[in-house]
Design a protein around this ligand. Structure first.
Ligand SMILES: *[C@@H]1O[C@H](CO)[C@@H](O)[C@H](O)[C@H]1NC(C)=O
Length: 264
């Protein structure tokens, strides 16, 4: 009982101090077109994360602690930077522990009693047959530090090998090449997400049925002058479908079972 009270007190006292934030749009606004986030689902399992490393925010993630995968990550594209990858992956300390630090960190940053209660860990992916598929990807990162900051498990979901390494990689590459040519001097906003599926890895982490992505190049009137979406089934032999943002929103409305808006 005393412990319960203490936990309750701590969670009340620490509210709002962190990169798991209460107000997504005011705290992580720079990563959203016109400062407005894509649709957020109601429900206590969701967290709004400004993805911070070394006290800098690099992108934003809307995270589902029940399925232990993100719903989406939102980020800005500023050209192909040819960034390097890294081997290790971080977690988000504040998802498991309200008193955790604001920066993404190694799993050791969270007490073993609560570690992984509400998020995926490397061991969930180990020998699962699935890759840790990036939502905000290395290839579209706008700096090397941003690329390193994509290596956090709250920005990843189980992705079929070939879908990750060949099919989805191709989507990222084509999108980056198009954006470099067509939206060179415009602010470019991208959102990449997943739809939860019906199976899990390690009995803990949902395997998404689909990965999707969309971009918006803002013009001087804050409208998307160029935009497109893509979606594919999370399978080794998938077909990627390219479509307008409006059509992708309609597809996501069907898959999520509720209206879904990507850009405002
Ligand atoms: C994809 O193919 C790889 C290699 O052939 C296999 O190990 C893996 O289980 C397959 N994944 C799915 C989801 O079918």
């Amino acid at each position: 009982m005393l412990l319960l009270l203490r936990v309750l007190m701590l969670s009340l006292l620490s509210g709002g101090s962190a990169r798991v934030v209460q107000n997504f749009e005011s705290e992580c606004g720079p990563f959203f077109a016109n400062g407005r986030s894509p649709t957020r689902f109601p429900g206590l399992q969701y967290r709004q994360i400004c993805q911070m490393q070394n006290n800098v925010d690099y992108y934003a993630t809307f995270y589902d602690t029940d399925n232990k995968i993100p719903v989406y990550s939102a980020y800005k594209f500023e050209g192909i930077m040819h960034c390097k990858r890294q081997a290790s992956w971080y977690i988000e300390p504040q998802i498991d522990d309200n008193n955790g630090g604001p920066n993404m960190a190694s799993k050791g940053s969270v007490d073993i009693q609560v570690r992984g209660n509400r998020q995926a860990l490397n061991r969930d992916y180990y020998r699962s047959g699935y890759h840790r598929g990036h939502l905000a990807p290395v290839y579209l990162a706008n700096s090397q530090s941003c690329a390193y900051a994509t290596f956090t498990l709250t920005n990843a979901a189980p992705q079929a090998d070939n879908f990750n390494s060949v099919l989805w990689w191709n989507v990222e590459k084509l999108m980056a090449q198009h954006l470099e040519r067509k939206c060179h001097l415009q602010p470019v906003y991208i959102v990449t997400g997943v739809v939860p599926g019906t199976n899990n890895i390690n009995n803990r982490v949902n395997i998404p049925s689909h990965f999707w992505t969309a971009y918006c190049c803002l013009d001087n009137n804050n409208r998307c002058s160029d935009s497109q979406g893509a979606i594919g089934i999370n399978d080794n032999n998938s077909n990627i479908e390219y479509m307008s943002v409006a059509d992708l929103e309609e597809e996501l409305e069907y898959l999520y079972g509720r209206t879904f808006q990507l850009f405002h």
